[in-house]
Design a protein around this ligand. Structure first.
Ligand code: 5RP
Length: 227
């Protein structure tokens, strides 16, 4: 099930509240998506004001945006630590997220999990009691059919993600394909995460269970901070 989007003001409030945690000298993981874009621009403003911050991008898109915003960049293998990561989500339920609406969840998971603190930026449309959003599963192109069959065996309904304006599938920054897998209500996200990770040909899936430290939810008149 797709969630509806929040407003730009809600996204900006969440992002700017999370960026208040950025301190001089930090290495910051830069997530992907329209909400994180507000955070990247706000970090660019801090850099313009003289703060020493380096960003570790999670996608080609976040790298380009950070460049435009003037945020100095580093690759993950060039840094000893990531002090905090700021990233969006497609759905949030308790301590579990579904990510990967931008097909960037493989690199996002590496950076977000490595960070000392992982701050999620969201809007009210993303919040749920139980995860029910379709789960993006990045697969090796040759494994598309075998993984689809295995996802069906797990009770899911896989659908190859297609590019909106092109006649072909979405190809990730890593050269792979994405299966959007509808599992209905996901009562045990950690168990499903383990089952998906165990499938040969799966590069990474979009269930982030127990990784988030704080969720900033931008509303029409403020920010709810869930710790
Ligand atoms: C990209 C992601 C995004 O963070 C997620 O799709 C949320 O995006 P947005 O802030 O545009 O709603 O996981 O892979």
């Amino acid at each position: 099930m797709k969630t509806t989007g929040g407003t730009d003001d809600q996204k900006r409030r969440a992002a700017e509240a999370a960026v208040e945690a950025v301190e001089d000298g930090m290495v910051v993981g830069l997530g992907t998506g329209s909400t994180t874009a507000f955070a990247i621009r706000a970090i660019g403003d801090l850099v313009a004001d003289g703060m020493d911050v380096r960003g570790v991008p999670t996608s080609f898109a976040s790298r380009e945006l950070a460049r435009e915003a003037g945020v100095p960049l580093a690759d993950l293998d060039e840094v000893d630590t990531v002090d905090l990561a700021i990233d969006g989500a497609d759905q949030v339920a308790g301590d579990a997220l579904v990510k990967g609406g931008g097909a960037a969840h493989a690199r996002e998971k590496v950076v977000d999990a490595f960070a000392d603190r992982f701050l999620v930026v969201a809007d009210p449309s993303k919040m749920a009691d139980v995860l029910s959003h379709s789960v993006p599963v990045e697969v090796l192109p040759d494994a598309r059919t075998t993984v689809s069959a295995a996802v069906s065996d797990l009770g899911g309904d896989p659908e190859l993600r297609r590019a909106e304006r092109k006649d072909g599938p979405v190809v990730t920054d890593n050269g792979n394909l994405v299966l959007d897998c509808d599992f209905g209500d996901i009562d045990d996200p950690a168990a499903l995460a383990g089952s998906l990770s165990a499938l040969p040909g799966v590069v990474e899936h979009g269930i982030f269970a127990g990784l988030a430290d704080v969720v900033y939810v931008g509303t029409d008149d403020g920010v709810d901070v869930l710790e």
